[in-house]
Unconditional design. Structure first.
Length: 261
């Protein structure tokens, strides 16, 4: 079993428990359920930086990244820095996140918010909407083509943007579905945890222009972004690079300033 398999096994148990505690009607009655979403895909198309900055306390590959910051400060800092969107990890067991993080980020900024989660059930998409997300992440490695279609269509019915993540050409080919807004290429090999920007470069020509291209993982320098922009990438998901500092907002601000010089 690789790390993704373990996460999905645990996630199934977690969802069963959550469903038994919070019925669908309760999620749909949430005050945030009726809010208009802010489309990350549209923001990325017109952005000069394309930075999607992440809130992440820890990860299976890096263990603890930063446990000392509160989400409100991070969200406000990212917004002041001029990032394009914010990604919020909501997985508890492996990443130390929660849906409350999403709720707090939503109360603290007007950025498009991505719920970064291992989605395997429509219930999680309803949760995303109820807790203030604008975008959901679908991971091709853990979903069938039918699930990708079902989940993305369901997300669109709730006015949510959809970012679909792939790691290789095989995953990409099953993911070309009209209800996807953004195609994200993860540069991290999930079996070895090695990171290579060559993954984004190699897959770029296979992504139709209807989708906003996003590169994820291993983007820690201005050079990396400048290297990927000619391949048509408009979005860059940056997690650990900002979060491992004492002030992620300030780090993002100086990064974007240098990038736009």
């Amino acid at each position: 079993m690789n790390i993704l398999d373990k996460i999905v096994t645990d996630k199934r148990k977690e969802i069963a428990l959550r469903k038994s505690l919070i019925p669908l009607k309760q999620l749909e009655a949430s005050a945030l359920f009726k809010r208009s979403t802010i489309l990350l895909s549209e923001h990325l198309k017109s952005s000069t930086s394309g930075i999607i900055a992440e809130h992440k306390r820890r990860s299976p590959s890096k263990s603890v990244i930063n446990q000392n910051l509160n989400v409100q400060d991070v969200a406000k800092g990212y917004e002041e820095a001029g990032v394009c969107g914010m990604s919020v990890l909501t997985d508890g067991k492996y990443f130390g996140g929660s849906l409350d993080d999403l709720l707090l980020a939503r109360a603290s900024c007007n950025l498009p918010l991505l719920r970064k989660e291992f989605i395997i059930d429509t219930y999680q998409i309803l949760e995303a909407k109820a807790y203030g997300a604008d975008v959901i992440l679908l991971i091709a490695a853990i979903l069938t083509k039918e699930e990708i279609k079902q989940f993305s269509e369901f997300a669109k019915s709730l006015d949510l943007d959809v970012l679909l993540e792939v790691h290789n050409l095989e995953e990409l080919q099953k993911s070309i579905i009209p209800t996807i807004d953004m195609l994200g290429v993860n540069n991290r090999n999930l079996k070895t945890f090695e990171v290579s920007l060559e993954t984004s470069k190699a897959l770029s020509s296979h992504i139709p222009n209807d989708f906003v291209k996003v590169s994820e993982s291993g983007i820690s320098s201005i050079e990396a972004i400048k290297e990927l922009q000619p391949y048509g990438y408009k979005g860059f998901l940056i997690g650990e690079n900002f979060m491992k500092t004492d002030n992620p907002g300030e780090s993002a601000k100086s990064f974007i300033k240098k990038l736009n010089k």
